[in-house]
Design a protein around this ligand. Sequence first.
Ligand code: KIV
Length: 276
Amino acid sequence: MKKKITVPDILACKGKNKVPTMITCYDYTNAKLVDESDIDMILVGDSMGMTMMGYNGTVGVTLDDIIYHTKHVVAGAPNTFVIGDMPFGSYNVSIEDAIRSANRIFMEGGCDCVKLEGGTEVAPIIKAIVNAGIPVCGHIGLTPQTVAMMGGFKVQGKSLEAAQELLDSARAIAEAGAFMVVLEGIPAVVANAITEKANIPTVGIGAGAGCDMQVLVAQDLLGMNEWVPKFVKKYVDLHSIVIGAYNEYVKESNERVFPSEPYQYNAKIEGIENLK
Ligand code: KIV
């Protein structure tokens, strides 16, 4: 059985070959599968807005949604480090409000840390949550909660100036006490520079292989959707496998092939033919 990793384990992974790997997960059944695998970290991400709720972004996900899903993931994955995502609106009103939101995710969700999006401007919020006793993971680059400000889901950090801003943000987040930072949707060269120069473990998604660790959305890597972003590798084509299984079930039900003998309950009941 795998041993649950800790914040110090993650901090110590910088520059190592064997590092923890992260995936998103939003429910008990899938959390159990992740827990049995070699994956060390689960992100209960606000990407649940798209993967579980059918929204076209993450902004509609609420604090109660995150707590609900985190609770059930934690129940299914006792040996996996679980990160609860702070949704839009849960940390942009005041520092007190941000601590209150983080407390709820940490206490009611039962996770091991929280994650929040933003660069240098959120450093005081990160510092306050860390000082309140909750480990924090940062998230910079393409930050889905603020795509409205970015003009859509676009790769970030494509100029020298923008790359410097991202590096400054990673340093500010580290200085504020975050123990790792997600780098999303940025050129690999920029992610490499941040990973090398900022004193904090990096987790890449659409940021190349040079990051300390990687994270992917489970539905993407499992091939549950036909379309996936450029940076996603489908490790299996569950879309075809699941639809194939559903259609086979329909066919066998129609043909009265299923349920065959092994799938029935049997009983000898004298006089069953005389039922009125
Ligand atoms: O919500 C999420 O799944 C995320 C990942 C894309 C990093 O933030």
